[in-house]
Design a protein around this ligand. Sequence first.
Ligand code: SF4
Ligand code: SF4
Length: 304
Amino acid sequence: MEALILDIQRMSTEDGPGLRTTVFFKGCNLACGWCHNPESISFKPDLNWYMNKCINCDSCKDICPNGVLIKDESGVHFKDRSKCLTCGKCVDECPGAGIELKGKKISVEKLKNELLKDRAYFGHDGGVTLSGGEVMMQPQAATELAKLLKADGVSVAIDTAGCYAWSLLESILPYADIFLYDLKIFDADAHKKHTRVDNAHILDNYKRLIATGARVWVRTPLIAGATDGEDNIKAIAEFLRDNGLPERWELCTFNNLCKDKYTRLDLDWEYKAHEKTKKSYAEKLKETAQKYVPCAVYSGVTTE
Ligand code: SF4
Ligand code: SF4
């Protein structure tokens, strides 16, 4: 069995308890406008272009069998990304490491062995986090990986948005030590507007998950104009209070540090100029949240 992964990130302190190694699966069924991992959304490898390494030789454009690349005064661009065959010819031809295909298939067994190399620093509370994209869009590979890691005594965290049939979550439940569960927007229409999907599955799966007694951290990104309204935080807080409290509720402040990722994908990003969350506002939202959910905290960088 194989998994399509984007990357492995080591020594992470932001993907669950303790020190963790995070493996990012490729492919997501949501389309949140503020996504910090745009290169993980597509279900196939993506071309990334690095302007600072490109020597403008045209080799990639000339070798492409499908006319995917064009060039103008600002450099290489994607004429029609959907036509890319992910053949990698442009990457092989590039003399300057200016272009890279991100996303690779790897056997689950090999991936497990790679992840186990880090076990010395996991300590008591750390381990491996399966993230994405949406890791549960590759349910068999994710469940098999979690099973193998668990059998080797490694703590497994599942970072998920929960937007799929309950049976998928249920099948990984025996091998997961903790879930990092995204609740972004409570109002169904607003959820659909900002993520392109309905939140009925997400809310229902949360209720089922918490009822199993699973260890759960809920995470809510604070995005101006989309998720950070006091009414949204209050609505999620009431939902958690009424359906079962998580161990921790993290309000994740916004930054635009990922904007270069969008540039490398030749995409415009509507949030590129958005300011970081103000500390005073994060504090205010935390206080609102804590009226209903005492374990609420905020995390990430803020501005004064
Ligand atoms: S991966 Fe292949 S099809 Fe895609 S842009 Fe490069 S050469 Fe063209
Ligand atoms: S082959 Fe590499 S260096 Fe040449 S134009 Fe393409 S990205 Fe730039």
